[in-house]
Design a protein around this ligand. Structure first.
Ligand SMILES: Cc1ncc(C[n+]2csc(CCOP(=O)(O)OP(=O)(O)O)c2C)c(N)n1
Ligand SMILES: [Mg+2]
Length: 569
């Protein structure tokens, strides 16, 4: 007979069973029994300053380790604050488990204090939302949650924990560790894939999605080299292939290199390995047209239910990425000699796209953001983790940064502003916890930063030395840009009056400074890196520049004038 334990303890023991070492969250009186059980547990509880930050950190943990990120929040307000991270885990296919303290079963269905039905609230956002009503079933529910979050297409799971259930005791045994389940390609599918590859003249590999590991990326590299394949990465999955590799030709996302867009359109075979082929990766469903694209399409996904959802591929394969990549690496190469020159050409187009954009020659901007990225890239190690949220500033990362391979990028395909700051804090904490501290760099917009900037307090509390670069253009610039395109000259709801970011950083105990001219950035970076190194604490450098510098390709006034001209004004 197992010993009797409280629900809180059974739950924390279950987390241990499944290998959890670190959880994120904001406390609430609804789950005191869990907090109490954590008191005696080796699991580290990173406390956050907002549940949105906690949920983003759990998503980042999932992206960095491939294991579910775990987040604890309280009922009602805590759960609603956390929703942005759950949605991001869904869109990014990140394994994640959100535990929510819940109203006790003695008060349920009265709309008691902070009561929400989480099955209905999160229903369409998660792989599974459930409530554990009996302490003796905790091991079963938690094992199911880990299984569900990691098998097939990974994603978020929500478990609600009624307060009285957590306080109850039960004599129940622990479950076994979860075993993620993934399909593998069949021999017949691999034969067909090889035939299609042998027949193609302009094939293109498009990588994306979650569930990759180091071996899978290595296998994939060998396959791409042996078959002379150009490799592109889907929107915000740019770290699946080392961007310095001669076969890497760019990312298929927002602000795509027009040369690469042409290659996607003119390709006669797209091997989409892992990406969902969503709106951002298909140029709003134009680069590939649903339901039957002009290009031949091989679509491989971890989730069977996603195959054929938008695109009826010529060959659909349901497979995990390690299983697929191993099969690809074992495939006898096709005769691809004729393609080598075209790979080199595509690579040259990528490199040309990364050169200094003309906007700095057209404007007299005192701060050259392209130069800033070059300075950062040459000062920081290749395995630096670069994080960002959403906004036009992210272009400076996606287009000009060379991601150094698997797990060097944390960025939301959901386009969630505020993702990058907590992601950076999580990356610094998680990598140090794993015994291999990494350099972590965050690019944030002024709007983006202030959505979750209070997680700087978390960074300081836990000694997480990430470097934050705030792109301050005094505006929700992306929306301003769209405004100038659609309603030229009519600025509405997009201007920002900001705090002093350097002073703000200092008030948290971080290093802070502000830069407005190109020549000042290098010395500022040196001081920031020295501080991080000496103190083990974060640093922030604000970049001040005019809203006019809205994209690398065109200034705001050029966008407005083009829009006015198109309207005949
Ligand atoms: C949580 C959230 N709210 C609103 C939006 C809509 N949105 C997309 S970009 C953007 C402006 C971003 O501003 P900023 O961070 O300053 O970057 P900039 O575009 O100015 O470089 C907004 C409001 C969003 N994507 N996410
Ligand atoms: Mg801005």
């Amino acid at each position: 007979m197992p010993e009797s334990r409280t629900g809180g303890r059974i739950l924390v023991d279950a987390l241990r069973t499944h290998g959890v070492d670190l959880v994120f969250g904001v406390p609430g009186e609804s789950y005191l029994a869990v907090l109490d059980a954590l008191h005696d547990s080796p699991i580290r509880f990173i406390i956050n300053r907002h549940e949105g930050g906690a949920a983003f950190m759990a998503d980042s943990y999932g992206k960095l380790t491939g294991r579910p990120g775990v987040c604890f929040v309280t009922r009602g307000p805590g759960a609603t604050n956390a929703a942005i991270g759950v949605h991001t885990a869904q869109q990014d296919s990140t394994p994640m488990i959100l535990f929510i303290g819940q109203v006790g079963n003695d008060f349920v269905e009265r709309e008691a204090f902070q009561e929400i039905d989480y099955r209905r609230m999160f229903g369409s956002m998660v792989k599974w939302a459930a409530q554990i009503d009996r302490a003796d079933r905790i091991p079963e529910y938690v094992a199911h949650a880990f299984q569900r979050a990691t098998s097939g297409r990974p994603g978020p799971v929500v478990l609600a924990l009624p307060e009285d259930m957590l306080a109850d005791s039960a004599a129940v045994a622990d479950a076994r560790p979860y075993q993620p389940v993934q399909a593998a390609p069949s021999a017949a599918q691999m034969t067909r894939l090889r035939e299609m590859l042998a027949a193609a003249r302009h094939p293109l590999l498009l990588l994306g999605g979650s569930g990759w590991d180091a071996q899978a990326c290595e296998d994939l590299r060998r396959f791409a080299e042996a078959n002379a394949l150009p490799v592109a990465c889907a929107f915000r999955f740019q770290d699946l292939f080392d961007n310095r590799h001669p076969h890497y030709v760019g990312d298929v996302g927002i602000g795509i290199n027009p040369q690469l867009a042409r290659r996607v359109r003119e390709s006669d075979l797209i091997l989409a390995l892992g990406p969902r082929l969503g709106e951002m990766t298909t140029g709003g469903y134009t680069l590939l047209e649903p339901p039957c694209p002009r290009q031949k399409l091989i679509h491989v996904l971890t989730g069977a239910e996603e195959l054929g959802r938008v695109y009826q591929a010529d060959l659909m394969i349901n497979s995990g990425m390690p299983q697929l990549a191993a099969a690809l690496a074992a495939l006898p190469p096709v005769d691809a000699g004729a393609r080598r020159a075209s790979v080199a050409q595509a690579r040259a187009e990528y490199e040309a796209w990364q050169q200094e954009p003309p906007v700095f020659r057209q404007t007299d901007a005192p701060l050259n953001l392209w130069q800033v990225v070059q300075t950062l890239q040459s000062a920081l190690p290749a395995d630096t983790i670069l994080t960002n949220g959403a906004g036009n500033f992210a272009t400076w990362a996606h287009r000009f940064w060379r991601y150094g391979g698997l797990r060097t990028q944390l960025a939301p395909t959901s386009g969630a502003m505020g993702y990058g700051v907590p992601a950076a804090v999580a990356a610094a904490i998680v990598s140090a916890h794993q015994g291999r501290p990494r350099m972590v760099l965050n690019f944030a917009g002024d709007g983006d930063f202030l959505m979750t900037g209070q997680e700087l307090a978390t960074a300081v509390q836990y000694g997480a030395p990430a470097l934050f670069i705030v792109f301050n253009n005094g505006a929700y610039g992306t929306i301003r840009m769209h405004q100038e395109r659609e309603f030229p000259g009519r600025v509405s709801g997009t201007g920002l009056r900001n705090p002093d970011f350097a002073a703000l950083a200092k008030s948290y105990g971080a290093h802070g400074e502000s830069v407005a001219a190109t020549a000042d950035f290098g010395p500022a970076l040196r001081r920031a890196l020295d501080y991080m190194q000496d103190q083990g604490l974060p640093a922030l450098i604000e970049l001040r520049y005019d809203t006019e510098l809205i994209t690398p390709g065109a200034s705001l006034s050029a966008i407005r004038e083009a829009a006015l001209a198109a309207r005949g004004n």
